[in-house]
Design a protein around this ligand. Structure first.
Ligand SMILES: [Zn+2]
Length: 452
């Protein structure tokens, strides 16, 4: 049984999929006026790990994440560069998709864009107007929060408090100061025809419409960064309540943010770490370990020492894995690994890993289990007689578990020439010809062969 902390109820809840053996997930993506930084990449890596775990358990996972390609920030950037918004958004969509791949994320089921969802968004706003959940003023459409009794249910804010806060920037067109914009009449930037005006949709509407168009009903899991909880996610829920009479998702999950040694990451502070730069430097395995070492709900403070730690951790687990795989090939001529587990202690570790992940995706504990598997790999490597079945099962287990965390690495078998090189090194050692052995040592070590 998988238990997940639901931000909507503030409780751990047993996961029960809406459709049998299927998991529907939606995570709010980026507004595409720039690349993503390490903070933006946390939900990307974490929810990819969630999707991988469900897949590992046999679920069919449909994971959707959008691109917001209509926004004031995109208009501003296009003006700065004297180009079109389409040029800007296409550039960053391509770049962000590249970053997703570099982070070893599985391809998403769909990556909808606002510009491709306009007819559905217009239809949806029409439905809200029809249901009296929205009103039209001079070509603009606003959501009427008074139509929702439990507005603010997710973040736990009361309407009264919010109204006091919103008074400062009061807009005379609104019936209630916290009503939010669904459609904006505009003469600037990309705009589309609608029954109300030529304009564009507000940000809070796109996700609800995308989810509904793709899944035709509520989904299992809606995720995003903690900073989206209010108002974005509360507004999504409010619209879904009026339009469809449900909360758009059964489970809401929010990841904590990443700070730079206590400061918020921002352009003005000049302390932004771009995800594509960092992953190019340290690789996806270290990158993912760095993020997954911290429980997703907690805030994380980035420090360069954490990278060193993750590098050491990765080396500790990958080195014996590669060495044992090499040993299997060299000694047993077996390149294929097992496809199931028969050994009881290995089954136990498998179970322990599943339990850690089933406990609200406790990736930190799951990594601890990987270390236990690495310890077994190590002891097998040092045992004088290699038990082929057992060794091949440990390798299989390790490959499965690293895949769930997205830190797996494809390892090509040694080529004939490489095997020949290892044989020469072994022969020289047997002959106590240490000079020749030393000559091959470095090359053999590079292949990941255990030097003992
Ligand atoms: Zn969203």
């Amino acid at each position: 049984m998988i238990r997940i902390y639901n931000s909507l109820t503030n409780r751990m809840e047993a996961f029960k999929p809406i459709r049998e053996n299927e998991v529907s997930m939606y995570v709010c993506g980026s507004t595409v006026y720039d690349n993503i930084h390490i903070g933006n990449s946390r939900p990307v890596v974490f929810f990819d790990t969630v999707a991988r775990f469900f897949t590992f358990l046999g679920y069919q996972v449909k994971f959707v994440s959008n691109f917001t390609d209509i926004d004031d920030k995109i208009i501003r950037k296009a003006k700065q560069e004297e180009t079109t918004e389409t040029v800007i958004s296409e550039r960053y969509i391509a770049s962000i998709l590249d970053t997703y791949r570099a982070l070893n994320c599985l391809p998403h089921y769909k990556n909808p864009k606002v510009t491709e969802t306009i007819p559905e968004i217009v239809q949806f706003i029409e439905l809200l107007v029809e249901k009296k959940g929205a009103y039209v003023v001079d070509g603009d459409v606003y959501f009427a929060i008074d139509q929702v009794a439990d507005y603010g249910i997710l973040s736990g804010q009361t309407k009264e408090k919010l109204i006091v806060g919103a008074r400062i920037e009061e807009n005379e067109k609104k019936e209630n100061p916290i009503d939010f914009n669904l459609w904006k009449k505009t003469e600037e930037g990309l705009r589309f025809p609608s029954p109300w005006s030529e304009g564009r949709p507000g940000w809070h509407t796109e996700c609800v419409v995308m989810i509904n168009s793709i899944f035709h009903g509520p989904i299992d899991i809606h995720g995003g960064g903690l900073d989206l909880k209010f108002p974005h996610h509360d507004n999504e829920i409010a619209q879904a309540e009026v339009a469809f009479n449900h909360h758009i998702a059964n489970i809401w999950m929010h990841n904590g943010r990443i700070d730079m040694a206590g400061e918020k990451m921002s352009k003005s502070l000049g302390n932004i770490i771009w995800a594509h730069d960092l992953v190019r430097t340290i690789g996806y395995q270290v990158y993912r370990l760095l993020l997954l070492n911290v429980p997703y709900g907690q805030p994380m403070t980035y420090r360069p020492e954490l990278i060193t730690q993750a590098e050491t951790d990765l080396d500790k687990m990958m080195r014996p894995y590669i060495a044992l795989k090499r040993k299997l090939q060299l000694e047993k001529k077996s390149i294929k690994v097992a496809t199931s587990l028969t050994d009881a202690s290995l089954k136990g570790l498998h179970q322990e890993f599943v339990e850690a992940m089933s406990n609200d995706f406790n990736t930190a504990n799951a990594i601890t289990v990987l270390f236990k598997v690495a310890k077994l790999l190590n002891s097998m490597l040092r045992s004088p007689e290699l038990n082929e079945t057992l060794a091949s099962e440990v390798v299989f287990l390790f490959e499965q578990l690293t895949w769930v965390l997205g830190i797996e690495k494809a390892l090509a078998p040694l080529t004939e020439e490489e095997i020949d090189l290892v044989r020469k090194w072994q022969q020289a050692r047997q002959n106590k010809d240490f000079q020749t052995a030393d000559h091959y040592r470095e090359a053999v070590s590079q292949l990941g062969v255990f030097l003992s």
